[in-house]
Design a protein around this ligand. Structure first.
Ligand SMILES: C[S@@+](CC[C@H](N)C(=O)[O-])C[C@H]1O[C@@H](n2cnc3c(N)ncnc32)[C@H](O)[C@@H]1O
Length: 302
C-alpha cells in the first residue's frame, strides 16, 4: 500500500467514532434518488465502495437493494458490522475488487476516491466498470478543486489525510476513459445541501452508465487488464513504486482548467480551502499544515 494511503487509513483508524458522529446525519437522499433512477434493476445488487461505518450501505439496503459494502479500514468495517449485523461488509481495495465481471447493477462510491492519486482513481474506475453489468449505474463523488495535498485536522487526532481535488472536466474525462457513457457531473455545495454547521465547499457528484465492453460504443481507452488492475492501492509498496513512476506529472495537475460548473467563485470559498497547500504528484516534502476546524466550517467531515 502506498504511504499516502497508509497515512490516511491510520487517520481514520484514530477517528472512527468521531467520523461517525460527524457524518451520520449527512444523508445523501438526492444522490440516492438519482442513482436509483439510473439502475437497470431496482433490486440491484449494488456495491458501496468505501463504505466506512456503513451509513450508505444501510440506506441502499433500506431502499430494497441487495448491497455489499467494502472498505480497506478494518476498524470501520468492524463498526459497520456492529451497526448493521445483517449486511455484507468485506475488507477490499477499490482498486482491486474481488468480484467477477458484471457482478453489479450499480456501484456507489461516496467521498472515497478523493483519497487516491489519479492513477489509483483510474484503476478504481476501471474496476467499477469491470464489475458493472453493461448499462450499470455509477455514482462517485469528489471534492472540487485542483491539485493534491496532505492535511492534518484536529478531528483525526492530528493524523494526516491525503486529498486529491478534481474538476468536473477531469472527472468526466476519467469516467469516459474508464468506459462510462454520458457522465453527468453536478456541483453540490455542502453548506447549501446540509445547512448551518457545514462547510461552504463544493462537491462533484458524478453519475454515469457503464458502456458496452465490446463493439459499438466501447470506450477508446480500454479499462486496465487484470494484470494491471492488480497493481492496486493495497498491493505491496515495491509494486506501487513502479506504478507511481508512470503516473501523470504534477505540472499536468496544476494546469487543469477550473470547472465552469462551480457555483462558488474561488475567492468566496472558505479561507481554509483557499489556503490549502497544493502539492505536486510526488508529495514534495513540505511542512504539514495544521487545519483545525472553525465553527463556520462545522465539525469533522469527509
Ligand atoms: C471520507 S470516507 C467516506 C466514507 C463513506 N463513503 C461516507 O460517505 O461517509 C473515505 C473512506 O474510504 C475508505 N478508503 C480509502 N481508500 C480506500 C481504498 N483504496 N479501498 C477501499 N476503501 C478505501 C476509507 O477507509 C474511508 O472509509
Amino acid at each position: 500500500m502506498p504511504d499516502y494511503l497508509s497515512r490516511t487509513l491510520a487517520a481514520y483508524e484514530q477517528s472512527v467514532h468521531t467520523y461517525e458522529s460527524a457524518t451520520k446525519g449527512m444523508i445523501p437522499d438526492v444522490e440516492l434518488d438519482t442513482f436509483m433512477s439510473l439502475l437497470p434493476d431496482p433490486a440491484g445488487p449494488v456495491l458501496d465502495a468505501g463504505c466506512a461505518f456503513g451509513r450508505d450501505t444501510s440506506l441502499l439496503a433500506s431502499r430494497g437493494l441487495g448491497v455489499t459494502g467494502i472498505d480497506l479500514s478494518e476498524p470501520f468495517l468492524a463498526r459497520a458490522r456492529e451497526l448493521h449485523p445483517g449486511l455484507d461488509f468485506r475488507g477490499m481495495d477499490v482498486c482491486a475488487l474481488d468480484f467477477a465481471d458484471a457482478s453489479f447493477a450499480g456501484v456507489w462510491c461516496q467521498a472515497t476516491l478523493l483519497h487516491l492519486k489519479d492513477e489509483h482513481v483510474r484503476a478504481a474506475l476501471g474496476e467499477f466498470h469491470r464489475v458493472l453489468r453493461p448499462g450499470g449505474a455509477l455514482f462517485v463523488s469528489f471534492k472540487e478543486g485542483q491539485g493534491e495535498e496532505e492535511i492534518v485536522e484536529s478531528f483525526s487526532a492530528d493524523a494526516v489525510r491525503f486529498f486529491r481535488y478534481q474538476t468536473a472536466d477531469r472527472v468526466r474525462g476519467m469516467l469516459e476513459a474508464a468506459g462510462f457513457a454520458d457522465p453527468d457531473v453536478r456541483v453540490v455545495n455542502e453548506l447549501e445541501r446540509y445547512g448551518p454547521g457545514h462547510r461552504d465547499l463544493n462537491w462533484l457528484s458524478a453519475y454515469a452508465r457503464s458502456a458496452p465492453r465490446f463493439g459499438a460504443g466501447a470506450p477508446a481507452a480500454r479499462p486496465a487488464s487484470r494484470a494491471t488492475r492488480r497493481q492496486a492501492c493495497g498491493v505491496p509498496a515495491h509494486l506501487h513504486r513502479r506504478d507511481l513512476s508512470s503516473g501523470p506529472s504534477s505540472s499536468a495537475h496544476r494546469t487543469d482548467a477550473h470547472s465552469s460548473g462551480c457555483r462558488t467563485p474561488a475567492a468566496l470559498r472558505s479561507p481554509s480551502l483557499r489556503s490549502h497547500r497544493q502539492l505536486g504528484e510526488g508529495l514534495q516534502p513540505a511542512p504539514l499544515r495544521y487545519h483545525p476546524r472553525t465553527p463556520r466550517e462545522g465539525g469533522p467531515h469527509p
